[in-house]
Design a protein around this ligand. Structure first.
Ligand SMILES: [Zn+2]
Length: 288
């Protein structure tokens, strides 16, 4: 998971949101929050954001960073559309009717792969800190337009990383399972750096991507071996050039999958102190 800059929403979403929210409010007032008529509105509309999200996310899942071949995956609602789930007593349960009014909000939409989006993974899960409260839901009956207060989610203290607002590298790291082995034989695992990282890894089951990430990082390790040989044989300029190619190819290139893991791998292979000693570049945080 990396930080995403997704820019402004497409005009078609602005228009669609106005129509759909208006309809949702009308059906809420006439049929109620639990009616099929109200729920039916939420099946459509947001798909118009998918092509632009797909393009701006460089065809990759916002959560696991796997590359997708086509636009067939669903649009992910970061905050769920019809009821948020919390983990209570070890079981995920629906705890509220949040966040139907955000169903067509650009800042709440992401492109995600089928696996991360489905109910066994992210689904409707949206945990917040137990001491915090969810943003105020619009009343029922409700008036349109919906008051801005219901969109102010900043104080929610969510426990999921929002790739638009957070830098996932501050919360999630990839580490070698057994550092005593030669890096060529490293298997990689994902770990949280705080409770937000831990919860995000659990909700998205990111450890299921460990084999794919390990295979990807082997490409980096094989080039790092070349850089290491250059250093040991007294060719520091060749080593620097190889190292810079690794950074450009695997961290700076927005088309690459698993750039979070690549950043951690570069830091494990040549830690900061060693880079300083050898005069090697520092890998920049990946984004976009
Ligand atoms: Zn995914």
């Amino acid at each position: 998971m990396i930080k995403l800059y997704l820019g402004l929403e497409p005009n078609i979403l602005t228009t669609t949101r106005a129509n759909k929210l208006n309809e949702a409010v009308r059906l809420l007032n006439s049929h109620g929050l639990n009616s099929d008529e109200f729920k039916k509105v939420f099946k459509t509309g947001y798909q118009c954001a998918r092509p632009l999200l797909f393009k701006r996310q460089h065809n990759k899942c916002a959560f696991c960073e796997i590359s997708n071949d086509d636009c067939g995956s669903p649009v992910e609602h970061f905050r769920p559309k019809l009821g948020a789930e919390e983990k209570i007593g070890g079981v995920w349960r629906r705890v509220s009717t949040h966040y139907w009014w955000l169903a067509w909000t650009w800042e709440n939409l992401l492109f995600a792969c089928e696996r991360c989006n489905n109910s066994g993974s992210k689904g409707n899960k949206f945990p917040i800190r137990s001491s915090a409260s969810r943003v105020l839901a619009p009343p029922s009956p409700c008036s349109y337009p919906i008051s801005a207060i219901h969109y102010d989610c900043a104080s929610e203290e969510r426990l999921l990383i929002d790739p638009r607002l957070d830098n996932p590298i501050d919360h999630i790291q990839w580490i070698p399972v057994n550092r005593t082995l030669h890096p060529k034989n490293w298997q990689w695992t994902v770990a949280g750096l705080d409770d937000k990282g831990d919860m995000t890894i659990e909700v998205l089951d990111l450890s299921l991507r460990a084999d794919k990430v390990t295979n990807h990082l082997k490409l980096i390790v094989s080039q790092w071996v070349d850089a290491d040989i250059h250093l040991k044989e007294g060719r520091p300029i060749a080593a620097q050039a190889t190292w810079d190619r690794i950074i450009d190819s695997y961290i700076n290139n927005p088309e690459q999958p698993f750039r979070n893991a690549a950043w951690w791998a570069c830091n494990a292979l040549f830690p900061e102190a060693e880079r300083n000693r050898l005069g090697l570049s520092h890998p920049p945080m990946p984004f976009g």
